[in-house]
Design a binder for this molecule. Structure first.
Ligand SMILES: Cc1cc2nc3c(=O)[nH]c(=O)nc-3n(C[C@H](O)[C@H](O)[C@H](O)COP(=O)(O)OP(=O)(O)OC[C@H]3O[C@@H](n4cnc5c(N)ncnc54)[C@H](O)[C@@H]3O)c2cc1C
Length: 313
């Protein structure tokens, strides 16, 4: 008993020592990173007011604002040592340079809808920081040229709304969830209700602004076609930080017909799914006919499968 309690005391003491040591290490890494960012940032666009460390009272709300999957919002989830809420390209350039010189893992977050939380979680338990681009969300639309420049921090909903404010005959082919971010969505593909007629989001991107691994601000011409191809489908974060995309708007009719039908598991779901498979790809390209599997509570309060058919014309 005496040996066991001495052992427990020693273990607790060692743990306390280790955690004090690791917090001290984290603080010194964070201080070095802040110093580096302040040194490298363009003095015309100060960065100090945009840095949030765990000691800052706004840190939890800034971190959680774009955690879209509560599974990664636990006290045990590995947290960033610092968040930069970039509001200018030079802030991202400083972040990229400092990540390299300080040998630190940098995460880039736009809408925070990554299924695995990759934009704000580190699975290797190593210190990391986040460049959050939610301040960079401007949308400049030219109906005359049928194009728009949209910054990475804008959401799809903001983009759709912005286009609808200017025209009721234009749209952009992208996803169905309005809070998904442009940065992650457009760099990775982007499918939605207009895909049968106009393809994916990436089929409708004509230019981009990217900060590459050396901190250079590039456009399509200066980055070259290979890199442009990579950041329009290959996932932007493997190649740099996307600041903005220039997109091609597509034409849509002023009136669109939409309906949803639900069928529950008592209604031969496999037969219905089979029938959907026979027709969905043979319809006119102006018709989008989607089927998805969901779960609902039946009248007895039990969970059951449901097939949801969604059509847009
Ligand atoms: C509820 C929900 C609905 C969805 N619906 C659809 C849909 O209808 N159609 C569809 O195609 N997809 C859909 N998706 C998938 C979604 O498009 C991807 O998860 C997308 O990557 C999310 O982008 P984000 O900016 O919101 O996420 P984030 O978590 O911010 O980023 C996702 C990834 O992109 C990287 N990234 C983010 N910003 C940048 C940037 N500026 N430069 C470089 N890399 C960056 C991140 O580091 C991360 O690896 C959905 C996802 C969810 C959770």
């Amino acid at each position: 008993m005496a040996i066991s309690s001495s052992f427990n005391f020693l273990f607790a003491f060692l743990l306390a020592l280790l955690s004090t040591h690791s917090s001290a290490t984290f603080i010194s890494i964070t201080n070095r990173l802040s110093q580096c960012l302040n040194n490298y940032a363009d003095p015309s666009f100060p960065i100090s007011g945009l840095l949030y460390t765990p000691g800052n009272s706004s840190y939890p709300s800034i971190l959680q604002a774009y955690i879209r999957n509560p599974r990664f919002n636990e006290t045990t989830t590995n947290k960033p040592i610092l968040i930069i809420t970039a509001s200018h390209a030079s802030h991202i350039q400083a972040a990229v340079v400092c990540a390299t010189t300080q040998r630190l893992l940098m995460k880039t977050r736009s809408g925070g809808h990554d299924f695995e939380g990759l934009s704000y979680v580190s699975y290797m338990n190593q210190p990391f920081f986040i460049v959050d681009v939610f301040n960079l969300r401007s949308i400049n639309i030219s109906i005359e040229h049928e194009t728009a420049w949209v910054q990475a921090g804008a959401t799809l909903g903001e983009l759709y709304y912005g286009i609808a404010e200017k025209s009721n005959t234009h749209a952009f082919p992208a996803g169905v969830c309005p809070t998904v971010g442009v940065g992650g969505h457009l760099s990775g593909g982007g499918y939605g209700n207009l895909m049968r007629k106009y393809g994916l989001s990436v089929d409708n991107i004509v230019d981009a602004q990217l900060i590459d691994v050396n901190g250079r601000l590039l456009n399509r011409k200066s980055m070259g076609e290979d890199l442009f191809w990579a950041i329009t489908g290959g996932g932007g974060v493997s190649f740099g930080v996307v600041l903005a995309y220039k997109i091609k708007l597509v034409r849509v009719p002023t009136v669109v017909t939409v309906f949803n039908i639900q069928r529950t598991s008592e209604q031969e779901l496999s037969t219905l799914a089979h029938q959907w498979l026979q027709v969905a790809d043979k319809l006119d390209n102006n018709v989008f006919f989607r089927m998805r599997l969901g779960l609902v509570n039946n009248t007895d309060g039990q969970r059951q499968f449901v097939l949801i058919f969604h059509q847009c014309t």
